[in-house]
Write a protein that binds this ligand. Structure first.
Ligand SMILES: [Ca+2]
Ligand SMILES: [Ca+2]
Ligand SMILES: [Ca+2]
Length: 362
């Protein structure tokens, strides 16, 4: 009798183990701050900023004229176009630093959305050289964004999960297209469908909306995303991740929230305002913003009826700041993201990565 009881107790204790979580699927968005290769893309006048000093000097007047064609003479960007020394050493250091940062995460991402990548080659280099052995088998970088207005940077996605179907890009404001607020072409939205470990589909939109004062264009870009999301079934697993560029004022005045509601997106409770934490820091007004976010469709809410076997742990959303190269500090010892500086090859990016976990429903 005693042994029977004991057996029942052990069984009883063992029960909850059946409910233990499988490994979560982790999504990270990381704006990698101008990940350019060192090769001149003949179709892109603007990648000439990212050449070695040696190459620029050899080109002489021709290079100066190229710089002047897409930068106001005397401006910061003009100066950068003339002076930046983007040689093999800087490129390699940048690549390996990003790899070290990503490897330092307690959990390396299953899906990694990467705004500000020049072309597929830089992502292949990242995966093969800096992230080798981590099993990133899906590399999405369609290199379609307008070069003239955006330096030729695109949003890329790498993943351990297999792709389903062909990824595609959505033009946000087309060249020569009429749009309400005269917005210039911006980075294309990239859309990819991945196969979750149980076979379910997960749609990922990678975004990089207009920054800074282009507030109206940022809102219009979000409307484009909302329209694309509406083309997918209401009960689909959908994630939108990337650099939305909504600054903390856009959040404080409720503009971002209104657009998120319109697109039926849920977002993490950390998205509130201008105090820390955030993924980017504005020195001018000393404020923090989650320019980088991860939004999810209703089907991924744990508190809503859903046929999905997955849900988003919205509370798991946070910055991942795990490597010394990610840190800059001011005189008062306050920390913020440390941008990569080609002069000394220090730093990583002017953004911190953000992470969210996706778990199996009980
Ligand atoms: Ca290039
Ligand atoms: Ca070029
Ligand atoms: Ca490109």
């Amino acid at each position: 009798m005693k042994s029977l009881l004991l057996g029942a107790t052990i069984l009883g204790l063992a029960m909850p183990a059946a409910y233990a979580q499988d490994k979560p699927v982790t999504v990270v968005s990381y704006n990698v701050q101008n990940l350019f290769d060192t090769i001149d893309d003949e179709n892109n006048p603007q990648d000439d900023t990212y050449l070695s000093k040696e190459e620029k000097e050899a080109r002489g007047k021709e290079h100066e004229e190229a710089c002047e064609s897409y930068n106001e003479k005397g401006s910061h960007y003009y100066k950068q176009c003339i002076e930046l020394n983007w040689g093999e050493e800087s490129y390699s250091k940048k690549l390996m630093t990003l790899g070290e940062v990503i490897r330092s995460f307690p959990e390396t991402p299953d899906i990694l959305v990467l705004p500000e990548t020049e072309n597929k080659q830089v992502l292949d280099d990242l995966v093969n050289k800096a992230l080798s052995g981590l099993d990133y088998k899906s590399v999405v970088q369609l290199d379609t964004s307008n070069n003239e207005h955006n330096r030729g940077i695109d949003v890329g996605i790498i993943s351990r999960l297999p792709l389903k179907g062909e990824p595609e890009t959505i033009t946000v404001f087309g060249e020569g297209d009429e749009n309400t607020h005269d917005c210039k072409p911006t980075r294309d939205i990239v859309k990819a469908e991945f196969e979750m470990p149980d076979g379910e589909s997960m749609y990922v939109f990678g975004v990089h909306f207009p920054s800074g004062a282009a507030y109206q264009c940022r809102k219009d870009a979000m409307e484009v995303l909302n329209k694309e999301r509406a083309k997918l079934p209401e009960d689909a697993n959908v994630v939108a991740a990337g650099d939305f560029n909504f600054n903390c004022t856009d959040v404080q005045n409720g503009e971002f929230q209104a657009l998120a509601r319109e697109g039926h997106w849920s977002y993490p409770p950390e998205i509130v305002g201008c105090a820390a934490p955030g993924s980017a820091f504005y020195y001018r007004d000393q404020s923090w913003s989650f320019l980088d976010m991860i939004l999810v469709s209703s089907a991924l809410r744990p508190d809503q009826d859903s046929n999905s076997t997955w849900f988003a742990d919205l509370g798991s959303f946070h910055t991942v700041v795990t490597h010394p190269r990610q840190y800059a500090q001011d005189a008062r010892n306050k920390v913020r993201p440390k941008r990569f500086d080609a002069d000394n090859n220090q730093g990583a990016s002017d953004h911190w990565p953000v992470l969210m976990r996706f778990l199996r429903r009980f």
